[in-house]
Write a protein that binds this ligand. Structure first.
Ligand code: SAM
Length: 171
């Protein structure tokens, strides 16, 4: 299972980007997102609304201390950073872990994150979007199945259509 830790959320500036990090984590089969930085109830609410409407068990929570989250996590802690070891070199090792905490930044990432994590991993050694980097991370770690996760229990379901929107309201 993959949990995402979003560091340094800024309520105004990261309003959309942090939501998109959560959307990627949920749609590709993550278990949970933990936001650090500025507390943002509206963001948590928006993530929970998506899960209620579209199903699955994805949850969002806020933590005051990323250090506590990182130190208490039982599993592999992976920090996504352009300064790290290329994903293609580290992915085989990461796949061995049962539980993964993947860390993405927003503003400048505190230096101790590099040490508190088990590995620092680059999705290319070029500046990148955390949203795209996270999506590629899921795809590489979990393979094709990340594109076909099932989400039960939602208010709405989509039936794939070649010609328009086919959405059913579940009972
Ligand atoms: C847009 S960057 C900004 C980073 C910030 N300016 C700093 O100095 O750390 C935000 C986040 O995207 C992710 N990211 C950016 N480039 C990446 C790359 N090449 N590989 C993996 N993650 C990357 C990292 O998690 C990073 O903290």
């Amino acid at each position: 299972m993959i949990t995402v830790l979003r560091l340094g959320h800024r309520k105004d500036r990261d309003k959309r980007a942090s939501m998109h990090v959560a959307l990627v984590a949920r749609a590709l089969g993550g278990k949970k997102i933990i936001f650090c930085g500025e507390a943002d109830d509206d963001l948590l609410q928006r993530v929970h609304t998506v899960s209620r409407k579209w199903g699955g068990r994805f949850t969002a929570e806020y933590a005051t201390s990323y250090r506590t989250v990182l130190k208490s996590f039982k599993g592999a802690r992976v920090h996504l950073t352009m300064y790290g070891i290329p994903l293609e070199k580290s992915v085989a090792n990461i796949r061995k872990a049962r539980d993964i905490l993947v860390v993405v930044g927003s503003e400048k990432v505190p230096a101790d994150v590099y040490q508190l994590c088990d590995c620092n991993v680059a999705v290319t050694n070029q500046p990148h979007s955390e949203i795209a980097a996270l999506a590629l991370f899921f795809r590489e770690v979990e393979g094709k199945k990340t594109l076909s996760k099932r989400f039960g229990g939602g208010e709405l379901s989509i039936f794939p259509s070649e010609s328009g929107k086919n959405v059913t309201r579940n009972k």
